[in-house]
Design a protein around this ligand. Structure first.
Ligand code: BDP
Length: 687
């Protein structure tokens, strides 16, 4: 199995009771609406039926009881419509319920029906019984958007699964089947938007020729309920329009964008809008003209507003003056602009203040801009989590972020809730998708795409349930397999944290490409690009003091949060070295000294990976060989990488602590000098 089909396998149903009931329901399907989305629903039902029961579905069979009734609420017969318990708040919500022997899927829109259909098929695929099905589901978040960091030349920034799936050269005339399958996959998990191009943007995407290509993709995605967005390069008026400036307050600049945006909407009437990375890591922006981020965002937003487009203005900024803890910079730049953005702007904020580390405390901007809608940005691609050779199931990380309590409006002001309560809201995920046959490089990368969709629809969704469902849809295997592998998945991200960035350490990866450990690196021109800036190890202590006596980044959080984190004796150990510079000999509440605990974490993370391998190998006979081997080889690579992290990090930190290694730490068979000599000139990195 090459796993191209993702979670849409529709494996044959073996349980005869369930099978018979599906035969009955698929034997006479009535669909009450008619449009391009409905055509997709019908096609999907056919594909699913062929897989599940090896038969075609039948529509409108005369003289036969309706098995499945699909129709928007206004089209349902009254007696059935009345049975809906609840009222839809969104046009994307759906309800599934049983009326006599008929299963009914209803919604306010046909896209809602599509979501309902996928939900029903998912339940069948995961072997949940159909009798008595009942589901009323609505998205808690409006904009559930993938951010592709894809370049027009086909490369993907921080992509580890092959080239971009978007072939800009052959578009618009060649519509790859992949575009359709990509849209199916996204719709099946509720993703309703996609930014096609890298945040480090190339203005060429805004030329007439390329907009025709974008239009072709938009046409494919539209019936799946997916809107297309682009990254906008702020200096495009100069590069394309030959203007002398891109100053957002300049009338010619404004006119250039107005014309450009009109041109886009002429081709793509439901164009979603722009994501903008401005004045960040060398990208052009309004500050080049002494204007603020709000000036820049509003200039675009004003033009987009009547067209219902939005601006996702990224808060990932850190300034050229290097004297301030990078943790504090976005907060300092953006909180002062609260209330100045037009209503169709969201400030897009990464989950943490540094950069997609395996674990970060939540970004202090959440809850700090009450008058501005924020959009949460998560990373699905594993830039800092072992890239595509690592099994790291990220749903627990997303949940940790969404459940983080900001205390912005008192206890219980979790990020999920704050987002939900905004009039305009969204969650973005930096995609891990590429042209590899299985889309994500590592097969288990698929689970992160899947989880991202589920959790941005419902931030309360349980990582365990998502993993269980994904496993059943992805592998045809025994219940033992599902249970064991689900456990592995749920522990996997924590394992990565332990063997690479334990106890709140962060940004210790190889500089540039971020592959593997390089905690000793201190040769980059900016202090805050170097790992040594982040761990600050010396002969007494290790860790970044972000309390009052240090950078005081902690002051950017609400008092209740400060209280949790300000004291090195009571802070949750997972954030200890994020906020504190701690003595090597300090006794922790685990009973170990800091030095021993650090060694313990590195060792324990490696042990976890070893355990993952043993568990996986138990199921060799249940899986097809290519699938078994694929994961098995990658897990073995991951183990090597974990050991590499453990050995090199403990050897390196020992040069500061000067303390002996505890017994339980496996001895390194290589020297620190060996690890320091490793070079990876072709590791996938910046393009
Ligand atoms: C960092 C990546 C870099 C991105 C940047 C961003 O290393 O490639 O351009 O984030 O989000 O994580 O803009």
């Amino acid at each position: 199995d090459n796993h191209y089909k993702l979670w849409l396998n529709y494996y044959p149903i073996e349980n005869t009771i369930i099978k018979n009931s599906i035969v009955k329901h698929f034997n006479n399907i009535q669909v009450l609406n008619n449009d391009a989305t409905i055509d997709i629903i019908k096609k999907e039902l056919n594909i699913a039926s062929a897989g599940f029961i090896n038969r075609d579905v039948k529509f409108n069979t005369p003289n036969s009881e309706t098995g499945l009734l699909i129709g928007t609420l206004d089209k349902l017969p009254n007696n059935i419509a009345q049975r809906l318990d609840g009222e839809f708040k969104s046009h994307e919500g759906f309800a599934i319920f049983q009326h006599n022997n008929t299963i009914v899927i209803t919604a306010l829109s046909t896209v809602g029906l599509l979501y309902g259909t996928y939900n029903l098929l998912e339940n069948i695929g995961a072997n949940y019984p159909l009798t008595g099905v009942k589901n009323f589901s609505e998205p808690l978040i409006q904009h559930r958007i993938l951010n592709h960091w894809d370049n027009l030349n086909g490369t993907v920034e921080r992509g580890y699964s092959g080239a971009s799936i978007f072939n800009w050269h052959t578009l618009p005339d060649y519509i790859d089947q992949r575009y359709i399958d990509y849209a199916r996959a996204n719709a099946s998990i509720g993703i309703n938007g996609t930014v096609l191009t890298n945040v480090n943007s190339n203005a060429t995407i805004l030329t007439g020729t390329y907009l025709q290509k974008v239009k072709a993709l938009a046409n494919v995605f539209r019936p799946f309920g997916i809107k297309v967005y682009l990254s906008a390069r702020f200096s495009a008026p100069i590069e394309l329009g030959k203007l002398k400036t891109a100053d957002p307050l300049n009338a010619d600049v404004q006119q250039w964008w107005a014309n450009k945006i009109n041109e886009i909407y002429d081709s793509i009437p439901d164009f979603g809008g722009f994501v903008v990375k401005a004045n960040s890591e060398g990208q052009p922006g309004p500050q080049d003209y002494n204007r603020t981020h709000a000036d820049g965002a509003n200039m675009l937003a004003k033009i987009l507003l009547p067209k219902k487009g939005i601006v996702m203005w990224r808060a990932f900024v850190y300034s050229h003056e290097q004297n301030e803890d990078r943790h504090k910079q976005a907060y300092n730049e953006f909180t002062k602009l609260d209330g100045q953005f037009l209503p169709n702007v969201m400030v897009q904020v990464k989950n943490g203040a540094i950069d997609f580390m395996p674990r970060e405390p939540f970004h202090p901007l959440f809850g700090a801009m009450p008058k501005t809608p924020l959009m949460l940005e998560l990373q699905i691609t594993q830039e800092y989590l072992g890239q595509a050779t690592t099994l790291a199931y990220l749903a627990p990380m997303y949940k940790e972020v969404l459940d983080s309590d900001t205390y912005a409006e008192g206890k219980g002001s979790t990020i999920g809730k704050l987002l939900h309560n905004q009039k305009l809201n969204g969650i973005a995920g930096v995609a891990n998708i590429g042209a590899d046959i299985n889309w994500t490089g590592h097969l288990f990368g698929q689970s992160n795409w899947f989880a991202f969709g589920k959790q941005s629809w419902n931030y309360n969704a349980s990582p365990k349930e998502i993993a269980d469902t994904w496993l059943k849809l992805t592998f045809k295997a025994s219940d033992n397999f599902y249970q064991d592998i689900s456990k592995i998945m749920l522990n996997s991200r924590e394992a990565v944290v332990k063997y690479s960035n334990p106890l709140g350490l962060h940004h210790l990866m190889g500089t540039g490409h971020h592959y593997g450990p390089e905690p000793w690196a201190n040769y980059l021109p900016r202090e805050d690009w170097n790992p040594t800036y982040y761990h600050k190890a010396d002969s007494f202590d290790i860790g970044f003091n972000r309390t009052k006596t240090g950078s005081n980044a902690l002051s950017q959080y609400k008092p209740e949060v400060q209280q949790q984190w300000q004291n090195e004796d009571s802070i949750d150990l997972k954030y200890l070295l994020w906020f504190h510079h701690v003595n090597w000999n300090k006794k922790l509440n685990t009973g170990r000294t800091l030095w021993n605990e650090l060694c313990y974490q590195y060792q324990s993370g490696c042990d976890d990976v070893k355990n993952m391998i043993t568990t996986w190998q138990k199921y060799k006979n249940e899986l097809d060989m290519p699938t078994f081997n694929h994961v098995n080889m990658l897990l073995n690579i991951q183990y090597k990488e974990a050991v590499w992290w453990r050995n090199s990090s403990t050897l390196y930190f020992q040069t500061f602590s000067k303390l002996p290694f505890p017994q339980f730490l496996e001895k390194s068979d290589k020297t620190l000098e060996y690890y320091q000599s490793l070079k990876f000139p072709y590791a996938p990195g910046h393009h």
